[in-house]
Design a protein. Sequence first.
Length: 255
Amino acid sequence: MSYIVCRNCKKFIEVDESRPLNFDKCENCGHTLEFACNNTELQMMLNDVLIPQISYNKVCASCHSVNPKETASCLHCGSTNLQLQYDLESIQQYQNDKQNMGIDAINMGNTRTIIIKSGENFSPKNSIIVRIFSLIIGLVDFFFFSLIGIQYILGSSELPSDVMAFATQNMYSLTLVISVALVLSGLMSVMIIPRMSYRDSVETASTLGIVVGLITLIAAKDLLTVIVAIVLCTILTSIGGLIGEFIIHKLTRRL
């Protein structure tokens, strides 16, 4: 049996299959009417027990990432095995109310559901392939943006034979170019990875900064100089990683 119920005044009528459903306001008190698909839900409504509500999200059964309800495939791993998620507070409130009134179960229909308390974001920690791929992309982007900046400094002239003299004469410009290249490379290194936590994005981008800083060993033999270069490169690529992850979070929220 199915019913049309008013939670406010506890009036209900049995659904007549030969007539269309009427969800107008309650004639007795003007409260919004609700639908109960069986006797269990009817008793819950009459006793003011809130039925668990489906949240706005879908959860990927493959990577357990949370996606907007409108998506057809996971934004993090591409899987199409998505499951609806019930609101956690609604479930907890339902469990409390159910115990108070002695109801054992509720019919939630045939919808497959899953409740995830943690692990909403993809983490690259356990994927060495993702780490290596991100590092390669970041290094390529760093050299690409650096070359563009150096070409802008040179203009139409060619790179002089005395590289050290050129670097000394254009120290401030080269410092700006390398700094911007580090930030952009850190940004690009996380943009190729699905949405993850900000902590993981910093760890991923900082790995790139460490590698770039170690490259200074080619030109500088002083250990202190190398350490300072590693620290500065790590900070700049981490900033880029945070910016990139912020952009990803904003884009995925709007989908």
